[in-house]
Design a binder for this molecule. Structure first.
Ligand SMILES: Cc1cc2nc3c(=O)[nH]c(=O)nc-3n(C[C@H](O)[C@H](O)[C@H](O)COP(=O)(O)OP(=O)(O)OC[C@H]3O[C@@H](n4cnc5c(N)ncnc54)[C@H](O)[C@@H]3O)c2cc1C
Length: 292
């Protein structure tokens, strides 16, 4: 299918991008890798008058680990770079896994994690792991300030809706360092092994003291209008020894906490049941992976 007509504008600096985004107005769409934007335009879901291409903006494709602070992922860093990074695999295994779960090598070689979350699809594979790892999103905007930091828990507002204001551009995703006894995992259930959106996705983060869970966060993808936390399941685990029975109960609690829709991929009932199963598996995987 062909693309609708649009004007193609290139930004060469973040300041220029911020100014252009405001100047071009409502009908301007920011584009990084374009793996969502182009498909949605071909499907006529998006019909922007202007495409503002930011991929030439310098200094936004970094992937840096700062000991004691964590991981800094530039908004233009490709998913493939994240997936294959030695340091990410060593210290943030679950983040590399989540990046790997997106699409295919070709798509990951173009697409970015920032684009994945800014597209704000309920099934975005990198959203649940960013939620449980308490990531924060750094932005640039020309007004009313030069940008801000948005906690990931406040980022998703609805299907294709984020907390970004008019002309605001994500510059970096920050993931805090995993401390001693902290483990994380993301797993996805889809019909096909690759190139398929999640029927459900579940991320778990656990802070353990021996076999006792001191703190915990669980996030669910593809079962609500945004990726969501599962607080009832988390509360069941916090302060407890993690037995198989308790982990199974947490799976049930997570399942009861979501109200998914039925669509071409799965029925609501199936999704709920898969949340039960995959929450259990995500918790166990986090426990098995040591420092994820
Ligand atoms: C065949 C195929 C299979 C796919 N499979 C999966 C899958 O399994 N799992 C999954 O989660 N996704 C999947 N996707 C979706 C897609 O690849 C990801 O969402 C990708 O990460 C988007 O990144 P991008 O850089 O290409 O974003 P773009 O397409 O450039 O942009 C996406 C959105 O984010 C906005 N945006 C991008 N960067 C910024 C920024 N820095 N600041 C503000 N707004 C910004 C754009 O305006 C747009 O709204 C698939 C896509 C295709 C084409």
């Amino acid at each position: 299918m062909s693309l609708p007509k649009f004007e193609y504008v290139i930004a060469h600096s973040i300041e220029e991008a911020g100014n252009l985004a405001v100047e071009l107005g409502d009908n301007c769409m920011i584009m990084a890798g374009g793996t969502d934007v182009i498909v949605l335009m071909k499907d006529r879901v998006l019909k922007p008058e202007y495409i503002l291409d930011i991929k030439g903006v310098p200094g936004m494709d970094q992937l840096e680990y700062v000991p004691g602070e964590g991981l800094k992922i530039g908004a233009l860093t490709k998913l493939r770079t994240i997936q294959t990074s030695k340091i990410v695999k060593e210290r943030f295994r679950a983040v590399a896994d989540a990046a790997h779960f997106v699409a295919s090598t070709q798509v990951r070689s173009k697409g970015t994690m920032a684009g994945n979350i800014c597209n704000a699809s309920p099934s975005a594979d990198t959203a649940p792991i960013l939620l449980v790892l308490n990531a924060s999103i750094k932005t640039f905007r020309t007004s009313p300030d030069n940008g801000r930091t948005i906690p990931i828990g406040e980022f998703f507002k609805g299907v294709r809706k984020t907390a970004l204001t008019y002309g605001e551009i994500v510059t970096e995703i920050n993931i805090p360092e995993l401390g001693a006894g902290e483990y994380a995992a993301y797993i996805k259930h889809a019909i096909r092994k690759a190139m398929d959106l999640a029927i459900v996705g579940v991320a778990a983060w656990l802070k353990m003291d021996g076999s006792k869970c001191v703190d915990c966060r669980i996030a669910l993808g593809a079962v609500a209008t945004t990726p969501i936390r599962a607080p009832q399941a988390e509360q069941l685990l916090i302060g407890q020894e993690l037995t198989d029975e308790l982990i199974a109960k947490a799976g049930v609690a997570a399942s009861e906490s979501c109200s998914p829709i039925s669509d071409v991929r799965a029925s609501a009932e199936y999704r709920k049941d898969m949340i039960r199963v995959f929450t259990k598996r995500a918790i166990k995987k986090a426990l098995e992976t040591n420092k994820a």
